[in-house]
Design a binder for this molecule. Sequence first.
Ligand code: TYC
Length: 122
Amino acid sequence: MNSMATKPPSAPTRPATQQPGGSDGDSVVLERRTQKVQPPQMYQVVMLNDDYTPMEFVVVVIQEYFSKDREAATQIMLKIHLDGKGVCGVYSRDVAATKVDQVMEAAQRAGHPLQCVSEPVE
Ligand code: TYC
């Protein structure tokens, strides 16, 4: 008798994890997770009052860099003049930072001490 008995060829097997349909034939239940996605933090560009920058310069800057018409820019300038500060616009962080740079640059070029800052809303 031949001790090296041959088995009938069988189909190649794959590990359970590679079976079509996943797992080893049992159903798989994925845990449901609620997504916690927040809207991006927004930043307001706040302009500060001073005693030296001409009103006309402030109005032009607000028109130019914050896309306001002359009427709206004048209202914002007067609010800053009376209250000490005022919001010129609300933007994403990078856009707000760019607006601050542009205003500070324009003020410096013109020799005015106008200051503005960006701060997170709420
Ligand atoms: N207070 C300034 C003046 O009387 C005008 C001014 C307004 C300056 C707003 C700065 O952000 C400012 N000439």
